[in-house]
Design a protein around this ligand. Structure first.
Ligand SMILES: *Cc1c(COP(=O)(O)O)cnc(C)c1O
Length: 369
């Protein structure tokens, strides 16, 4: 069996070493006589797995003591509701910065619970950039400011953390958490669905500053009440035990790679290689302003969309899969999270060059000078 390089935006590749370990441990977890999936979430075996995963999140991201790490369910989409429910704390106003499709979904959901204002948006420019910080219309009165550090569909990423004065900053880090070091202390809440850069679908990581606990709206579902879940160590209800276990294996793998500084170096290099291949070609184009191009998700279009089908077919034949762009934008998208080996990006770049040679205008019999 040979594994392909899977460029899916999510659920995405997991490190092969993690899959092998999970396979090895599946029927008889460390001599316990059964699978970790079959054990009580309150038993000492799973509690130890859960606690180690929380410790590793803290260690990898350098989470300060005054923050709580939660493993919840409902995905990032659930957090679109959980954030206003937990953070409004008597206020009515929240402010959102839009740089793509996910931020728009977040603000639409928040409107059910509060006055969710768009304080800045790059939609007029088709979400190909980040509005300059000095153009953001922040009132200073909002319960929180929400943004999307990496827009997974458009491929727009902040390479900086916005300053919001004393107003808690909330980031939907679904497609970039653990790709590089992060100054967690700048945030009120960080959240991320697992299936992009953390582990299997089904678990959602939430990191919340403790002074923001205690004020959830009474209408907040218990499973999304940060305070309730903090008191219950994320076990107000049955947690997604297998997903937490596999995410834990990913955290251990990240530590073995040298942690987030080491991951950042590889991720930056992978991205530089692919953007160079795009920018140096006549066939491929990426629409995003250079200063905010994503390291994780790289959309690109072919000069002639009639070649899209042949590009995808040839790629799949070369073991490069899931390169079709999001249905809302078309073209191609290469997602390359932590688990995408650098060799996978090298293989993609080689394939793109070879495809361009074969399909360049004038290529073919009789046209060689
Ligand atoms: C994928 C994604 C989501 C949605 O995640 P779900 O787990 O499906 O709810 C939200 N925000 C961003 C930035 C994403 O990439």
């Amino acid at each position: 069996m040979s594994r392909v390089y899977n460029f899916s935006a999510g659920p995405a590749m997991l490190p092969e070493a993690v899959l092998r370990q999970a396979q090895e441990e599946l029927p008889d977890w460390r001599g316990a006589g059964g699978s970790i999936m079959e054990m009580s979430h309150r038993g000492k075996e799973f509690v130890a797995v859960h606690e180690e995963a929380v410790r590793d999140v803290r260690e990898l991201l350098g989470v300060p003591d005054e923050y709580t790490v939660l493993f919840l369910q409902g995905g990032a989409t659930g957090q679109f509701a959980a954030v206003p429910l937990n953070l409004l704390r008597g206020k009515r106003r929240a402010e959102y910065i839009l740089t793509g499709a996910w931020g728009k979904k977040a603000v639409d959901e928040a409107k059910k619970y509060c006055d969710a204002h768009v304080a800045a948006s790059s939609e007029d420019g088709k979400f190909a950039s980040i509005p300059a910080r000095d153009t953001w219309a922040l009132s200073g009165e909002a319960a929180y400011v929400h943004y999307t550090p990496n827009e997974t569909i458009g491929g727009v990423e902040y390479h900086w953390v916005p300053e919001t004065g004393g107003v808690p900053l909330v980031g939907d880090f679904s497609s970039t958490l653990f790709s590089r070091p992060l100054d967690v202390g700048r945030f009120g809440v960080i959240y991320a669905g697992a299936q992009k850069n953390i582990g299997p679908a089904g678990v959602t990581l939430v990191i919340v500053r403790n002074d923001l606990l205690g004020g959830a709206s009474p209408a907040t579902p218990g499973v999304w009440d940060y305070t309730r879940q903090a008191k219950d160590d994320s076990m107000f209800n049955t947690p997604p035990t297998f997903a937490v276990y596999v995410a834990g294996l990913v955290f251990q793998w990240l530590k073995r790679q040298g942690g987030l500084a080491a991951m950042a170096a590889v991720n930056e290099r992978k991205a530089a290689k692919l953007y160079a291949a795009i920018d140096n070609s006549r066939l491929y184009r990426n629409p995003v302003e250079v200063s905010c191009r994503s390291w994780m998700n790289v959309p690109f279009v072919l000069a002639d969309p009639a070649l899209d089908g042949a590009f995808l077919k040839g790629a799949a034949g070369a073991g490069l899969t899931a390169l079709k762009g999001h249905r809302s934008v078309g073209g191609m998208r290469a997602s390359m999270y932590n688990a995408m080996p650098e060799a996978g990006v090298d293989a993609l770049v080689d394939y793109m060059a070879e495809f361009e040679r074969r399909n360049a205008p004038g290529a073919g019999v009789g046209n060689t000078p």
